[in-house]
Design a protein around this ligand. Sequence first.
Ligand SMILES: O=P(O)(O)OC[C@H]1O[C@](O)(COP(=O)(O)O)[C@@H](O)[C@@H]1O
Ligand SMILES: [Mg+2]
Ligand SMILES: [Mg+2]
Length: 340
Amino acid sequence: MTPSTQKPIFLTQFLIEEQRAIGEVKPDLRLLLEIVARACKRISIAVGKGALGGVLGDAGSDNVQGEAQKKLDVLSNDILMEANEWGGHLAALASEEMDEPVMIPSQYPKGGYLLLFDPLDGSSNIDVNISVGTIFSVLSCPPDHTLTPCEDDFLQPGVKQVAAGYTVYGPSTVLVLTIGNGVHQFTLDRELGSFVLTQSHIRIPEDTREFAINASNSRYWEAPVKRYIDECTAGKDGPRGKDFNMRWVASMVADVHRIITRGGVFMYPMDEKSREKGGKLRLMYEANPMSFIIEQAGGAATTGRERILDIQPSKLHQRVPVILGSKNEVERVTAYHKEG
Ligand SMILES: O=P(O)(O)OC[C@H]1O[C@](O)(COP(=O)(O)O)[C@@H](O)[C@@H]1O
Ligand SMILES: [Mg+2]
Ligand SMILES: [Mg+2]
């Protein structure tokens, strides 16, 4: 359904209607999602300023991943921290840019949720004005731990997520969200300063002719991935009997948003370069939220060997291989891994 001439449906209104429709959206969760959306609006303004806002370039510090932080990584993290720590809807939060989880300070009321986020995804694209984004995941805090949450409380499999979303800061700013009842897209109306519903109950086509992978890593790929990509690039004269196209933005949010919009398969598989770390992308605030969204839109998400949402996390900044998108292609790559 694409509301066009209809009255604009704002995020708050949409969440209230979802609360009425499925009863799942507790007021605290609605508040949390509205606060995250508001923080993303502020990040969108900062990103939009670019060189004018002095937000480009390195911050001169490294994060727990050992990666050089960009100024926008740090600024986006600060914006999300500030927006969420006083709200009364959270017990604790965790970020790609912070070593440890942050417990809500004692002077603030506590809530029942845990928020995880990648404040700025696609950092390598910041200085070259290519789309970047924010990714977030929401879990429930074990009720008896809301006052004293700990890192272990975050280590829940992706199936336990109560909400997940991402915001793309591109030509337009788009927020894509699921609370377990389908996937919905909101576009930031810059004049109104509000996110307006622009697509609901999004479905991903089960088949596709478009794959996304960083081909410069091909010499490190495992045989099943090499086979899959070789067959795609062999085109209509090859075993797949059809031509495929390739895309790689190197911002996971932008690559996944393209798949949410028109299908495709995104791969950052296990390879010899990242084997020691367990993969490139992070389970808790990249792979899990994106997998929840993809599955809610009728797609699939695996490591090549197992369903991502079933993984029992062992560490907050754990990395995993990621293969997600159009169902039939993800199942084919996964089957190739099983065949070995
Ligand atoms: O530079 P590469 O190897 O293509 O990797 C790109 C991937 O790394 C990421 O930038 C990692 O995320 P961060 O930018 O949040 O660290 C993903 O968005 C993207 O898919
Ligand atoms: Mg990221
Ligand atoms: Mg990041």
